[in-house]
Write a protein that binds this ligand. Structure first.
Ligand code: PLP
Length: 378
């Protein structure tokens, strides 16, 4: 199976496995325990915190380890719901992952206002600037890169606009971290990340919060993480998260992502030539180097594509949640102005660091073959 669904989850890389194994075999104390085994685990935890803080550009104590980004994102919205009270408002981009979108609606209902995006799937900064001239939300949430389209959001500019009005800025950087250099993210007030998108294990992530600020905990029952998140820290997965991110940052320092972008761009050019009527979503704006979000030719259904490519040995995705087996149009594509008739043709192919040029070539051949089969069957 050639795997093109890295935006869903990525395989665990060697560096992460080794870090996990080292902690599991040698540092099996609870970091909250007073004995030496506990202290050794606590040192490993503190070291991981320092390393991640150095990569993001923040203070180590601004970081809270979590079970993943869903928890981290819920923590932010929960905190602001408590802090802002019944009149508080949050502004959330129209293309957020459901764990930001749904939790903002859960905690704020109609007081969660939607920030629109352009046809290319980029958050509308003119709208943000104009609205902030008249009103002040308690929080603005704009992701760093979109999981379905790969479109990189202008999070630096959005943060600067928010800060000029003293409005806290939150970015879900889950898809950005480990694919693009994460330097500067520490300047955002709130940042979430998850290891399993860049070669770390599943079930571990983090939340960065403003320096010396309080966070109303979501989980109670322990004083871990400065009383901000109860529960024994999983030192092995945390060490693996950091090892994976450090390895990815080294690869980016060697510009290894630029070559991968070239392979993806070549694939797209050949794909568009081979499949008349197909198009690439967000092709005109900066995107992650690994993602292809394609609208397949008229009449093609995305689930058919996923199933047929799976049979041919390729794991791709519909891009949006498809838990019921029904082809629901994605909220991301709807926000970009695509009608449901178009949105149900969207297929996402997301490569990883280990994907080769030969893998892209093989995918192209399989896509052309499946397309011919589907045309033949009508
Ligand atoms: N945010 C984005 C942008 C994502 O793509 C995902 C996972 O798909 C999440 C949050 C949720 O992350 P986790 O699986 O760590 O809960």
């Amino acid at each position: 199976m050639i795997y093109f669904d890295h935006n869903a989850t990525a395989p665990v890389m060697r560096e992460a496995r080794e870090a996990w194994l080292h902690v599991t075999e040698h540092l099996d104390g609870n970091p909250s325990s007073m004995h030496r085994a506990g202290s050794r685990a606590a040192v490993a935890l503190a070291t991981a915190r320092e390393k991640l803080a150095a990569l993001l550009g923040c203070h180590p104590l601004d970081l809270i380890w979590t079970s993943g980004a869903t928890e981290a994102n819920n923590m932010v919205l929960h905190h602001f719901a408590r802090k802002l009270g019944a009149a508080g408002e949050v502004w959330v981009s129209a293309i957020e992952h459901p764990c930001v979108d749904d939790s903002s609606k859960h905690y704020f209902g109609k007081r969660a206002k939607t920030i629109p995006v352009t046809r290319d799937g980029v958050v509308d900064l003119d709208w943000l600037t104009a609205e902030l001239a008249d009103a002040r939300p308690g929080l603005v949430a704009i992701m760093a890169a979109n999981n379905e389209t790969g479109v990189i959001q202008p999070w630096r500019e959005a943060m600067a606009i928010c800060h000029s009005y003293k409005v806290p800025f939150f970015t879900d950087a889950v898809q950005f971290i480990g694919k693009m250099p994460c330097k500067g993210l520490g300047d955002c007030d709130y940042v979430s990340g998850a290891a399993h998108k860049f070669g770390g294990p599943r079930g571990v992530g983090f939340l960065k919060i403003p320096h010396r600020s309080q966070l109303t905990p979501l989980l109670h029952g322990g004083k871990q993480e400065g009383g901000r998140r109860a529960g024994t820290e999983n030192v092995a997965t945390i060490a693996a998260l950091v090892a994976a991110l450090e390895a990815r940052e080294r690869q980016m320092a060697r510009n290894e992502h630029l070559l991968r972008k070239l392979w993806r761009d070549n694939f797209e050019a050949q794909f568009l030539r081979a499949l008349p009527g197909a198009s690439i979503i967000g092709q005109n704006v900066p995107r992650l180097w690994n993602t292809v979000s394609a609208l397949m030719p008229e009449g093609d259904r995305k689930l058919q594509w996923v199933i047929r490519l799976d049979k041919a040995g390729f794991a791709v995705s519909t891009g949006s949640a498809c838990t019921t087996g029904k082809e629901e149009p994605s909220h991301v594509l709807s926000a970009m102005g695509y009608k449901s008739a178009h949105a149900v043709r969207a297929v996402r192919m997301s490569a990883g660091w280990e994907t080769t040029e030969a893998d892209w070539d093989a995918l192209l051949k399989a896509v052309v073959k499946v397309h011919a089969e589907m045309q033949h069957k009508g």
